[in-house]
Design a protein around this ligand. Structure first.
Ligand code: SF4
Length: 286
């Protein structure tokens, strides 16, 4: 079968993930064990590669019992209580919170201090329970209201002031829809579009990439929320879009002679995995 395969130039890790993985590897080059609070990246293959170098993933309960060690905080960031716990347990922190997320945390904290005395509410458009969202809610002493879509707005009191923010990896179009609904219903609404610029521009270029190829092979970890958003975006413009986490999931029935296949991925998909997928596809189909 003759096919052409092209990798999306805009895919690969975002800057926040590149920075976190680099810092983890730099540390592991001279010390062979490093603890990370949660998956440093939502990608099983990359996690496997890093665990072979000595990265150990822990959850919140684990770190309650961890003492006198080095702990990496990933790009998503953490709420203030995590830093307090680390301090109590004498944990040295390698803080890889993405600078964009750090600025967002600061902005939410500052806005909360301003509007809370007047009965204001912070609303975050994001995935409930997601690590970044937990870190953002933590800036408001747990008081921020998280909404996942326009059907969840009944939790908001529209008679009180509202400041709306977004998780950095959300779909900018969906954010705009939520912002429009809240602005129509509320009296005093401030909208802060905090979708990461890198994510927003990837949305635009990915739509074009998906339109320009007859088949899309989207490589992403199943736990990646950004991966779900970007894959849905591909599928909305190209019905022959398929997602895989591992190469064994490739189904040859997806392809036909003459196809122009586009390979792309989430902000947590490493470039090496996209290259490997391309090589594998050529070997399976040629
Ligand atoms: S998506 Fe943007 S804000 Fe989020 S970690 Fe990546 S670079 Fe940072």
């Amino acid at each position: 079968m003759k096919i052409n395969v092209e990798i999306d130039k805009g895919s690969g890790f975002c800057n926040g993930v590149i920075r976190a993985v680099e810092q983890a590897e730099n540390y592991l080059n001279y010390s062979h064990k490093l603890y990370s609070l949660g998956d440093i990246v939502h990608n099983t293959m990359e996690l496997k590669r890093l665990s072979e170098k000595g990265l150990v993933i822990l959850d919140k309960e684990d770190i309650a019992n961890l003492k006198d060690s080095v702990l990496l905080i990933r790009a998503h960031g953490e709420p203030p209580e995590t830093y307090a716990l680390a301090h109590r347990n004498n944990l040295q922190i390698i803080d890889c919170t993405c600078p964009v997320v750090l600025r967002l945390q600061d902005k939410i904290k500052q806005t909360w201090m301003e509007i809370e005395p007047a009965g204001g509410q912070i609303v975050i458009f994001g995935k409930r329970g997601h690590a970044e969202v937990n870190g953002l809610v933590g800036q408001t002493e747990g008081e921020a209201i998280v909404v996942e879509n326009v059907h969840e707005l009944s939790k908001i009191d529209f008679s009180r002031p509202i400041a709306l923010f977004s998780q950095t990896t959300k779909d900018p179009i969906e954010f705009q829809e939520v912002a429009n609904c809240i602005s129509e219903k509320g009296k005093d609404v401030k909208v802060f579009n905090t979708v990461c610029r890198q994510v927003a521009s990837r949305h635009k270029t990915l739509v074009q990439f998906a339109k320009d190829h007859s088949v899309i092979l989207f490589v992403s970890g199943e736990a990646s929320s950004n991966g779900k958003v970007l894959f849905d975006l591909c599928r909305s413009v190209n019905a022959r879009s398929y997602t895989i986490e591992r190469m064994e999931q490739i189904d040859l029935r997806w392809f036909k002679d003459g196809d122009n296949v586009g390979i792309c991925g989430a902000t947590s998909t490493p470039t090496w995995q996209l290259e490997q997928t391309k090589t594998k596809l050529y070997s399976l189909l040629h």
